[in-house]
Design a protein around this ligand. Sequence first.
Ligand code: ATP
Ligand code: MG
Length: 602
Amino acid sequence: MRLSQMLLVTLREDPAEAEIPSHKLLVRAGYIKRIGSGIYAYLPLMWRVLQKVSQIVREEMDATGAQECLLPQLQPSELWQESGRWDTYTKAEGIMFSLIDRQERQLGLGPTHEEVITTIARDAIRSYRQLPLNIYQIQTKFRDEIRPRFGLMRGREFIMKDAYSFHTDEESLKKTYRDMDVAYRNILTRCGLEFRPVEADSGAIGGSGSQEFMVLAEAGEDEILYTEDGKYAANVEKAVSLPADVVASPFTSYEKVATPDTATIAKLCDTLKCSSTAVVKNVLYETIYDNEIIVLVLISIRGDEDVNEVKLQNELVKLAANYDASTIISLSVADADAQQKWSSQPLPLGYIAPDLEDSYISKNKNIAPQFLRMVDQTATDLTNFVTGANESGYHVVGANWGDNFALPELVVDVRLAKSGDRAVHDPTQLLQSARGIEAGHIFQLGTKYSQAMGATYTNEQGKNEPIWMGCYGIGVSRMAQAAVEQSYDKDGIIWPVAIAPYHAIVIIPNINDQEKVQVAEKLYQELNAVGIETLLDDRKERAGVKFKDSDLIGIPYRITVGRSLSQGKVEVMTRKTKESQDIPVEEVVSTIKNWVDQAINK
Ligand code: ATP
Ligand code: MG
């Protein structure tokens, strides 16, 4: 491609809309153009990158025996009613764009395709002889993200590969799950990304497995906890660890003590000269179920620990049926505003005890009349502990479960693991923290969708059984930008060769010099002829502008037909290292071909 014929507009200044380096660079280098919030045009250079990433994904999927198809983006609401997700997706989480057609039928724009694929499986799969199967597609997904940001990282329209597998049993599902794990590792490695697979939260579905593939980058929205020995890595949402050892409480008898101005654990421990591990703190949450019932949740947890809200959310979804609901739509720490809605009198905030009376809740048909009381495992075996006295400015000390407070029946694990904690598999290993960009997520679904939608097969004994399913997503557009986030310098992007829009660029510093133009044209033709995807900068621009642009757009190899031509040589520069050398004209094609082949392991 000739730059003189290309749609390429580069910017010298960082765009105001962009916060992270990869977003700034992709806009500046003319790869993407913002059209609306979370909506981007993929300009020609970006489209080439996306096609390369897609092709790597396709090759690795095909290698596992999966088959490609293309599913509709317009999805009838009936399918989502069947799975029970229509209200959650359009109202509760609000992530699905929905519309009404001229026949007054409701449709959604596909944020994901479990419903569509399960409908297909329900009709197509009859017998165990047809299983296992794995079907995938690569296409645009729509999600009305609450905070679209960082360019392609979190768009409202983005490209994803999603695969869905079907099985007779869990064992077969696990085998495909392992194959997909390998395929995902291959994809990320081939795209030139540094990544870490981590254990992931599977939401309330549970199931035995879900793994995310995290591209390591400071700008990542996820926190990963891992151990140096390489044996443990998990998303903080899912991570487990050993709590710190308890320092015995200095109190031996139960009494109420004045503790003015100690609404925080630090101040309280300072005042009472005790360890935070001797304190039971009581955290109040407000959750709203999908039938709009508000439930006040009171969690007792050890003073040095914090609540992991993802784990708490999973516990609350499990309890939904107790409130005639199916899921929750929000969860938040009960703040002053929230309390005005439901509390009948001012709460002793900062001084709450596990037995805070239910009479604090005003009577209202939309509010559960009793606190949902839970205790985290860390707090169950504390003795002589310190906790609130349900009165501002007072605590009780020397308290014991059973004697002074009833231990809540619901014992849960909602503790947040954090960096520095001891690992469960080996207490000498301490958890370390890193940030990551979630590039892919593989998931053992089990029979959730097949049961809800009646997708069954006949087994060898002639009996109908629900089909086991897995689903596997990887963000094509997010991965492409993540590659930039991991690889750039002050001058611009440094594309991994395998996904660069072009491998090489030939620059003619002075297009009025006919001899140089001819050599450049010839190299350009010959490189393309041997499969080196090459650009020719034949624009009527100053040499400095051409060099700057070539650095900015990040093409791996730059060939400059300049002064050294008088010795029959051209200058070849590697973008990543900025090292350059003069190479005889006739050796350029074979040299670069070697480098490119090596870089993409052909
Ligand atoms: P996140 O937690 O980042 O919102 P998710 O858990 O919703 O992601 P999945 O539903 O598992 O993501 O989708 C599979 C993959 O699609 C993700 O791993 C990610 O790479 C990509 N993806 C998801 N949402 C977006 C988005 N808004 N923009 C770009 N890529 C996305
Ligand atoms: Mg999401």
